[in-house]
Design a protein around this ligand. Structure first.
Ligand code: APR
Ligand code: PHB
Length: 392
């Protein structure tokens, strides 16, 4: 088989890239190891920056998001028994939309399949070959048949545990990592929303987050040991923990319901540089990971492939390498901003076992400043809503 662009991985990055390339008349093949049902049902985050929303709308993928997603104009920071609103829209003129990542994936898969896009699930044993030359190859197995895909470029959109990053020459690559000593215990609950906006809470017992999925399904998290076993947590124990961490003097109360999913999310910051070597380019989680506190993962993946589709367009249209050459530097500017923001939000809101009393007071002081100073609130809001994507 031959194509222009081989895309490894059908997560948000790979699917959006193949959709954008299709709109530009560039052919691609997407190879995914999991089955379609698994891709469409894995629970991940759900906060879309305005840039992601605009991208989905402008490329014809926004219909269900406009109907089923909810626009939020603010978030709340809770600490010391009180909630404080950060008015995102007043401070930045922008908003976020809450619409689950797996719903975005369903919309993208449907769009690719509607135009008979080449999207293969359940491929096995994917190997990248001939990466030094002008005609890279992807070898893989599908339906028991060994296949070879020749292409102009390979785009590694295969997430943090994929094979693409490892195929970049080790000497060229520099990795930056921070692993946090805590994780998030996440639940999905059948209940009405407890709040019309997301609540990020800092409490001496640890961080908690109230998010939402739909009018009838809520997403909540609390900081836990990264090795926590969900089976050790009865529903009662979970509600007690969340209620303690969200205690307040404002009369606000948590709305409980049937918990139908529990999982533990690890927390890591990671960047690899550069994001390109010759005809292999990385996008999304394959190149960088952020802790979920800033809600940036999906949005960074979208911003990467937006840049990449334009760079590839310039290559095919004008035979120019200019934007491919600058892709890594261009993408990493946004990546490092999001890395800093996610790290900062994480540190400000989580407790560490070995925190001294001094460090705890500093943390509270930073929170107080963040909700009192307009400049500090604007800094948070600008980063949270994200800067506009570079569009064509
Ligand atoms: N070959 C083919 N596909 C692979 C391989 C492989 N060797 N290894 C992994 N994959 C697939 C995974 O099964 C997954 O569906 O690549 C996809 C990568 O998707 P994501 O991990 O979602 O990464 P990305 O598209 O960059 O999106 C980043 O999604 O996972 C969230 O929190 C993350 O919000 C962030 C966003
Ligand atoms: C979520 O709804 O899953 C969610 C929301 C905000 C975050 C992270 C996750 O910062």
């Amino acid at each position: 088989m031959r194509t222009q662009i081989a895309i490894i991985g059908a997560g948000p990055a790979g699917l959006m890239l193949s959709h954008l390339l299709h709109l530009q008349g560039i052919e691609s093949v997407v190879l995914e190891t999991r089955d379609q049902q698994a891709v469409e049902s894995t629970i991940r985050a759900g906060v879309l920056e305005q840039g992601t929303v605009d991208l989905l709308n402008q490329t014809g993928l926004g219909e269900r998001m406009r109907k089923e997603g909810t626009q939020h104009h603010g978030i709340r920071l809770a600490f010391g028994g009180q909630q404080h609103r950060i008015d995102l829209t007043e401070l930045t003129d922008r908003a976020i939309t809450v619409y689950a990542q797996h719903e975005v994936l369903k919309d993208m898969i449907a769009a690719r399949q509607a135009v008979a896009g080449q999207l293969y699930f359940e491929v096995e044993d994917v190997k990248l070959k001939e990466l030094d030359g002008d005609r890279p190859q992807v070898h893989y197995r599908h339906n028991g048949q060994q296949q070879r895909l020749d292409c102009d470029f390979i785009i590694g959109c295969d997430g943090f545990h994929g094979i693409s990053r490892a195929a970049m020459p080790g000497g060229l690559r520099q990795d930056y990592t921070r692993v946090y000593p805590f994780g998030w215990f996440g639940i999905l609950v059948e209940a009405p929303p407890s709040s019309d906006e997301l609540i990020y809470a800092r409490h001496p017992r640890g961080f908690a987050l109230i998010s939402t999925r739909s009018p009838g399904v809520q997403r909540m998290y609390f900081q836990c040991d990264p090795a926590e076993n969900v089976d050790q947590w009865s529903d009662d124990r979970i509600w007690n923990e969340l209620e303690s961490r969200l205690e307040n003097h404002d009369g606000w109360s948590l709305k409980k319901g049937r918990i139908f999913q529990k999982n533990v999310v690890g927390m890591r910051s990671f960047v690899t540089e550069p994001m390109r070597c010759k005809r292999l380019l990385l996008a999304g989680d394959a190149a960088h990971i952020v802790p979920p506190t800033g809600a940036k993962g999906l949005n960074l993946a979208m911003a990467d492939v937006c840049l990449l589709s334009q760079a590839l367009d310039e290559f095919y249209r004008h035979k120019s390498w200019r934007r491919l050459d600058s892709y890594s530097d261009d993408a990493l500017q946004r990546v490092w901003r999001a890395e800093h923001f996610s790290w900062w939000m994480t540190n400000m809101l989580h407790t560490h076992q070995d925190d001294s009393a001094f460090q705890q007071r500093l943390q509270l002081s930073e929170l107080q400043y963040t909700v009192r100073s307009r400049s500090a609130m604007t800094m948070l809001a600008e980063n949270y809503v994200g800067s506009p994507f570079q569009m064509m």
